[in-house]
Design a protein around this ligand. Sequence first.
Ligand code: ZN
Length: 305
Amino acid sequence: MSIDLPETAMHADEGKPRQCFAMSVDVEDYLHTLTLAPVIQRDSWDLWPSRVEAATMRIIDMFDQHQVRATFFMLGWVAKKNPNLVREIAARGHEVASHSFHHDRVHDLTPHAFREDARSVRLLLEDLSGCAVRGFRAPSFSIGEQCLWAYDQLIDAGYSYSSSVHPIRHGHFSRPAIPLQPFRPNDSDFLEIPVATVKLFGRILSCAGSAQFRLMPYRWSKWCLDRLATDLNRTVIFYFHPWEIDPDQPRLNGLSLRTCVQQYIGLAAMEKKLKRLVTDFHWDRIDRLCRLDGLNGTEAKVVPS
Ligand SMILES: [Zn+2]
């Protein structure tokens, strides 16, 4: 069952839609993607040049220039290797959240392994950032019908919300028969907050970002978001990855055409498109947009026990 959230933040600036959306970044490197998983084995991750810190810093600087605050879903592996990056994200006023440690899809883990992974990443991120970590995003939006147990495990692991559903028909993350808006997946206060979709001609289409945003002309994404902005009760979550603004990332040979399209198409134009996006709309953190920060917009600090 979907729920009514408090009215989203409003802005009075001329020339921009009045509704505020939530921006999110899944902080992983090019070598962690599901697309490249068959050719870059986990035990070789350390052998590849890391580019995630530099790309994420460019994103943070761009957000600063446009007064954007966002939610950064950190891969635990990246956080452990780049502790100063986590501290910088928190210091610049962004929400630090979890994207698992190794980018395992939820349905590939047991409930116990999933819970312990989620708990350990939360503790790591709270230790590094000094802020409470409430949000979780499953790699590849992999909380599907076969692993709804994940919500109980996330509550046990100390989380308040998940943004782990892409409610469209699409290969590995197909889950179309669920609410498009935030909903409570069980009897607790825990929230699932799906990423953005738009209904068109009876079909539900993604306008959540990442590959779709790279592939399509900017004017298409703007048209979709303008349409959503007319509904003040609509909660809109956008997302992308640092490697998507990095056209100089290592290019692997021998990939299929489909893999090349998913991983490499549109990289050179992505940063420019994102700058238009943060100019044309107002963006904030997921916890603040959904009133989950608990402190009326101030950062929730972790009190050492
Ligand atoms: Zn991811």
